[in-house]
Write a protein that binds this ligand. Structure first.
Ligand SMILES: [Zn+2]
Length: 222
């Protein structure tokens, strides 16, 4: 059995603190049965070709949905897969991924039915998180003309999920980290995907960017 093979959906009531540790034991036993050298090889170091910026939602795990294994994707997750240029956590992950690990792709992956996006579309206060969701409201304002024309609420939410991914791809491109990599001729693509929890299928938003040629002039660094 590979480490990312299919596992059934559990009743989450059956997940206890102890069952997680028992699950770990089972994982180690089964993995070693398959490859006695598995952990030694992983411990030697990581050279993942991809940085994944995804939502914290428990149903969107980077490795499982791309059929990849530990060591293959460097992961950063937050609520609604945001790229906020004052977020030291995201910037540190991006800097390390691009400048030390030399990843070849950065992928922003959103998902339909995202709780963060749905919350941002309401007028309700949720507490501290309102400050985080504000960035999604800003995305709405940028695309309000198109979004306001969509009368079906689910359809409008889906569209905002897509716009949110696209804007966060642009946010990545605006960083000096990504632009310096391009300036130094480092091979780096920035991409946007939306995952459907309902079908398991990833939609490529076709906004892949490999240089700052088409960027709004004010954001372009020399
Ligand atoms: Zn989400």
């Amino acid at each position: 059995m590979s480490p990312n093979s299919y596992r059934p959906i559990h009743d989450t009531n059956s997940i206890s603190y102890d069952s997680l540790l028992q699950g770990n034991q089972k994982f180690v036993e089964e993995t070693l049965k398959e490859d006695p050298d598995y952990f030694n090889k992983l411990a030697a170091g990581q050279t993942p070709p991809v940085l994944w910026i995804g939502c914290a939602d428990s149903r969107v795990p980077a490795n499982q949905i791309t059929n990849t294994s530990p060591g293959e994707i460097f992961v950063h997750r937050n609520i609604a897969n945001m790229v906020i240029h004052s977020d030291m956590n995201m910037l540190s992950v991006l800097d390390y991924a691009v400048n030390v690990l030399k990843v070849k792709h950065v992928i922003v992956t959103g998902h339909y039915g995202c709780g963060g996006v749905i919350a941002a579309m309401t007028h309700q206060q949720f507490g501290l998180i309102d400050n985080w969701l504000r960035h999604i409201k800003d995305v709405y304002r940028l695309h309000a003309t198109e979004l306001d024309q969509i009368t079906d609420e689910k359809e409008r939410t889906d569209k905002l999920v897509e716009f949110n991914v696209i804007e966060n791809v642009y946010n990545l491109c605006k960083t000096s980290i990504v632009q310096n990599a391009w300036k130094n001729n480092q091979q780096l693509g920035v991409h946007g995907w939306v995952y459907s929890i309902q079908t398991g299928i990833i939609k490529d938003m076709k906004v892949s960017t490999y240089d700052n040629a088409n960027m709004a002039d004010v954001f372009r660094f020399k």
